[in-house]
Write a new protein. Structure first.
Length: 324
């Protein structure tokens, strides 16, 4: 089978390449999944650079890349309840390939007609769903979301708006070809043209924010924290900026601010049985046609070089998907 692999640590564009490798064997409790789609995510690049903690480390001499995807069960080992022919998504390993051997506990069944481009990136709506909940923002209150054009951010905007939350998208500059208001944002702040704090206060009528979902970091994060109403919460989900932000203790203490990290719930292990209800509800909402995920491109594995280079250089252009 074809797979995107690497045999040394380094920058993705320098070490990843397409190779012919054996179709994996399965054992008891595993399923052979014929992949149909796999997303290209910033976290996949961290894995290639060996920046994840144990046990998320590459294994050489040759490691297949990719951590998230979807496919159809081709063959099920003993003890696997889902039958062959079931469309499943999973977060595990070695997804940038035509086949993957996956432990059954990682498999999440999907509706048969779910578009491959959505099925292949289930990690993103799961993350967005959790970020809205972790923000603690109630209906009618204001939630700021940085990296407004990123896939997770556009999903946070849509999921938040469905709950009656009032989202503000924060972007480095607006893209005229994509109106974030059509994706749930009640307002958009362009950092290249607008004063962030002044705009937040104008939009919220002086009330300030009740939550921030931050995928970027840098000075804007400090400004957003100082724009929170009392008791506001900041959820840190990424660090796209190389800059830091500065705060005084009183920026937190006198405003009752909470700052917390958010880690993808299936980063270290499979879905828990008690997650079934949440996953069912989230998948039902995400599968609806009105929930949009802007795509940067759909690529065959053979086009991995271009797909990876463009994902690395322009992550805000929309999610790129490998389609097998």
């Amino acid at each position: 089978m074809k797979a995107v692999v690497f045999d040394r640590i380094g920058l993705p564009a320098e070490v990843l390449y397409v190779a012919d490798v054996p179709v994996p064997e399965i054992g008891p409790g595993e399923a052979l999944v014929r992949m149909v789609a796999a997303s290209i995510n910033p976290g996949d690049f961290l894995f290639v650079q060996n920046l994840y903690p144990e046990p998320k480390k590459p294994k050489f001499p040759r490691q297949i890349a990719g951590n998230h995807g979807a496919g159809v069960i081709e063959r099920a080992g003993t003890g696997v309840a889902l039958p062959p022919g079931t469309l499943v998504a999973f977060s595990h390993e070695k997804t940038w390939a035509e086949y993957a051997a996956v432990p059954a506990e990682y498999l999440i069944p999907l509706p048969p007609g779910m578009p491959a481009e959505k099925a292949g990136q289930l990690m993103n709506p799961i993350t967005a769903w959790d970020l809205v909940a972790e923000s603690g923002v109630e209906p009618g209150q204001w939630l700021a979301v940085t990296a407004g054009y990123s896939t997770i951010s556009t999903l946070v905007l849509q999921f938040a708006r469905r709950r009656g939350i009032r989202p503000i998208a924060i972007v480095r500059r607006t893209h005229p070809e994509l109106d974030l208001r059509e994706l749930g944002a009640e307002a958009v702040i362009d950092l290249s043209r607008q004063d962030l704090r002044a705009e937040v206060m104008a939009i919220t009528g002086g009330a300030g924010l009740h939550g921030v979902v931050d995928n970027v970091g840098g000075p804007a994060t400090g400004t957003l924290i100082r724009s929170l109403a009392f008791g506001g919460r900041v959820v840190i989900n990424g660090g796209m900026s190389e800059e830091s932000f500065t705060l005084h203790n009183f920026d937190l203490l006198l405003n009752g601010v909470t700052i917390r990290p958010s880690i993808y719930r299936y980063f270290f292990g499979p879905p828990a049985p008690e997650d079934a209800a949440m996953l069912g509800e989230m998948i039902e909402v995400f599968a609806r046609p009105e929930i949009r995920v802007p795509l940067g491109g759909v690529h065959p594995l053979e086009d991995a070089g271009r797909a990876i280079a463009e994902s690395w250089a322009r992550p805000g252009d929309g999610k790129r998907i490998f389609r097998m």
